[in-house]
Design a protein around this ligand. Structure first.
Ligand code: AMP
Ligand code: MG
Length: 497
């Protein structure tokens, strides 16, 4: 980058105590470095809700000093910036060392919501940038900001986003775009790939140190388990498998496609992480591929559960030197196979408003998904309209979504009879809390990004408010709950970000 950016020297005080436990692991795990300043940064959007949850003053975040600090232009008192090293499997192939190529961990703050790490994404080159420029563009930063908050609003485990800042600095992608930095917040950004890194290099002491750190902080029950002959590392693998199963089940139920489920994009805490070419489904197409660069469809919507298991298998392989027994590792991984269908069924039951399990429930779920796929029915609108039907509204708005109305009628007769065994009002209540009215559809993000490129961030703000409360009615934004326009299906989202 040719722009000359001057960094401010006075440290910003956030008013939160820092702890930096990841930094305490030692230099084998990262490189300490400062972010690279961007010229004349400005606020794009601030997540006031998250700021309040973690005890930060939102006006400090969006102040000039805050913008400078969260762009990487001004140091923050107590932070200890670093880029961590990891490796991973990308598109099914071992890719070797990757690492934080454009992310810089500022450190860990103690907040009313527990310890949280703050990380800048797009804040300049690191030793792990490989061919990249260390930057992120405004478009992808807004997508990550809104996408992660949309998942949070839906109750799906995810990293979060505190703010986006921008700069007019030019960044070359398919075309010239401008730079932005998104500040991410999570209890930890450790990925499966961190474990793969040390395992692949036979650095077993570091592998154990990393696993012990994660177990002690996030999975302490693994220390006292009787399962797996008291093997804490096998219990850890089981817990991660269960959390991952629960996360992916929620993705499937809400129609979320991640797009790049490489092992370096899998959180060890079972959080949705690294929002790139993700998409919430419009029409229900089980084979939908949201990542334009994914020519084989490895990460298609209906492949996500199997890919999650494949990724867990890589994690199991990486942990094998610690577990010490292949049979135990395989037994731990088995938990995914039980947890995923259980979690998915429970989510789908809620979407249908079904309480206690009854024979035939599974068929009701399978049959409706077949109907949705056959007629490529809009996934979000279908479930929301079905919730209103359960609440006593006419069947027409749901029926009208189908080409084959007789097939829907046959299914709905069975379904409504099933609902009547428990009472429709309780069902409707559950459904309206399980079937969002608003999801961050591609075209909504795209329209907000177009405005943001003109420095009008009002649509980003509006979408943030909607996706943070997606089950509520927002009468002023009825248009954003409607069908996508025709051009939405032509939006091409690739890995370029
Ligand atoms: P992703 O699949 O986007 O999560 O990224 C895979 C790897 O490429 C990670 O190590 C990233 O840090 C790195 N990377 C992606 N984009 C850039 C960039 N513009 N500059 C430097 N590193 C990047
Ligand atoms: Mg990544």
């Amino acid at each position: 980058m040719t722009d000359i950016a001057e960094a401010a020297t006075a440290e910003l005080q956030l008013g939160l105590p820092w702890r930096n436990s990841f930094a305490a692991l030692g230099p084998a795990f990262y490189t300490e470095l400062q972010p690279t300043a961007l010229p004349a940064p400005y606020a794009v959007c601030t997540n006031r809700r998250l700021a309040a949850e973690i005890g930060l003053d939102a006006s400090l975040v969006s102040s000039q000093e805050g913008v400078e600090a969260f762009t990487g232009n001004r140091p923050i008192e107590g932070a200890r910036p670093l880029a961590s090293v990891y490796s991973g499997h990308q598109f099914g192939v071992w890719a070797g060392q990757l690492g934080d190529g454009r992310a810089i961990l500022l450190g860990e703050v103690q907040t009313p919501a527990g310890p949280q790490e703050l990380q800048l994404k797009g804040s300049g080159l690191t030793p792990y940038s490989r061919m990249g420029d260390g930057r992120a563009v405004l478009r992808s930063s807004i997508r990550e900001f809104l996408g992660s908050e949309a998942m949070w609003g839906l109750g799906i485990p995810t990293t979060r986003a505190l703010c986006v800042t921008g700069s007019d600095a030019r960044v070359r992608r398919e075309e010239i775009e401008t730079a932005a930095v998104v500040t991410r917040v999570a209890p930890s950004f450790i990925r499966f790939g961190h474990f793969e890194h040390f395992s692949a290099r036979d650095q077993h002491a570091e592998l154990a140190k990393l696993a012990d750190y994660v177990i002690d902080r996030f999975y302490p029950e693994c220390r006292t388990t009787q399962k797996f002959a008291g093997n804490a590392y096998a219990a850890f693998l089981e817990q991660v498998s269960e959390r991952t199963a629960a996360m992916v089940a929620q993705w499937q139920a809400v129609g979320f496609c991640h797009g790049v489920m490489n092992t370096d994009n899998m959180s060890i805490l079972g959080l949705t992480i690294d929002y790139g070419p993700f998409q919430f489904l419009d029409a229900f197409d089980p084979g939908h591929i949201c990542n334009h660069s994914d020519e084989q469809g490895r990460y298609a919507y209906n492949k996500q559960p199997n890919v999650a298991y494949w990724n867990l298998f890589c994690l199991g392989q990486a942990l094998l030197p610690l577990i010490g027994d292949q049979e135990l590792a395989l037994a731990a991984l088995e938990s995914f196979k039980a947890a995923f269908p259980r979690e998915l069924e429970s989510r789908m039951r809620a979407k249908l408003g079904l309480g206690g399990a009854q024979p035939g429930d599974r068929e009701l779920i399978e049959d409706v998904l077949k109907l949705l796929a056959k007629d490529r029915v809009d996934y979000t609108i279908f479930w929301r309209r079905l919730s209103h039907l359960a609440a006593g509204a006419s069947a027409e708005p749901v029926r009208d979504l189908f080409l084959e109305r007789e097939a829907f009628d046959a299914w709905s007769i069975q379904y409504l009879a099933r609902l009547d065994t428990e009472g429709r009002s309780a069902a409707a209540e559950l459904m309206l809390k399980s079937n969002p009215k608003y999801v961050l559809r591609n075209h909504l993000g795209e329209l907000a990004i177009r405005q943001a490129k003109l420095k009008d961030y009002s649509q980003v703000e509006a979408l943030l408010a909607l996706v943070q409360a997606p089950f509520d009615e927002h009468p002023a934004h009825e248009d954003k709950a409607g069908f996508p326009p025709d051009w939405a299906s032509h939006i091409e989202i690739s890995c370029s970000s």
